[in-house]
Design a protein around this ligand. Sequence first.
Ligand code: SAH
Length: 367
Amino acid sequence: MNAMTTPLAQEMAAIIAAEGPLSLDRFMALALGHPRHGYYMTRDPFGAGGDFITAPEISQIFGELLGLALAITWQNMGAPEGVAVAELGPGRGTLMSDALRAARAIPAFAETLEPHFVETSPVLMRAQAARLAQDGRDANWHATIDSLPEDRPLLILANEFFDALPVRQFQRAGNHWHERLVGLDPAGGLAVGLAQEPAANIPFAAPEGAIFETSPLSLDIMRRLGERIARQGGAMIAIDYGHAKSGFGDTLQAVKAHRFVPVLTDPGEVDITAHVDFAMLAIAAKRGGALVHPLLTQASLLERLGIHHRAEILKRKAENPAEIDRAVARLAGTDDAAMGLLFKAIAITAPGMAPPPGFEQPDPRLS
Ligand code: SAH
């Protein structure tokens, strides 16, 4: 019965016994966001002593370059008075802090912007507030994107946000799609099985056994942000690991102490994510009415924004310049161990706007 190791596993087993199997998106939402036992609700998972490390925690350069990119985007928009700089899933607040510091290079932008965070974890909200307080700044918090300001342009950043949003999976069996659900095995442990009834409304076929994965919440958020940005003006840069083209396959993964672990074991104690389907995100943003700029690798974006130049400046004053080289190699390197190719960046803007720095205009003949 090693699947019943956590209080949340027991609670899930009780729900399944009473109501039947859980869809994977419900399982993932509970594992990450259960008010008492959810992974993000109870801890700060980042850093060397935590479970995983993210780009803004690797080097200040990451947030600085994105902050400057937003400042230039704001200038390209005609420097509107009053703009919300919103970050989705801001973790420790490191990216926003570094971005706001770099944004001071354009003082009128730094003065007129108002920081907003979309965050569900009370532990991380406290970390974000403490981090901005160090910079002498306050922020506004939102549980969802719905309460972001409606009366001004939005400049939005999201790093490793969409990978944390729940996914559903469907498996091809006997010429139908069946949803993959979390139920109980004969010993009472959590186990994935297929729904008996086929799922309706998946309009394509695939070979027997193929898995179709989709994140309805991610697509809904992207469509609504596309609508907001088209209506209110502004831009969004979202960075995550994932694939440029849609395909079949199960990409759910769980991580604990920097190692992969089984997804169903120890819910609430392990980070669970899925690869982001950027092609679907792009379609969702376009449906909302926004302009989507072609996807870049993280390596290309950071190089175009000047990561090597910024690293040279920081190295001149650094006690340990080799550490900066290592951080740059991790963020923008293109070997398998680095993040540069696995992570991708998508930008959306209001229609008719120039792309944010580093990005390119979409070719109208392709859309
Ligand atoms: N951007 C940060 C943290 C990435 S981890 C970094 O790069 O370091 C994912 C973040 O998304 C956490 O802050 C987590 O609490 C938040 N999060 C997860 N699910 C969320 C949801 N449904 N709504 C808002 N925030 C969420």
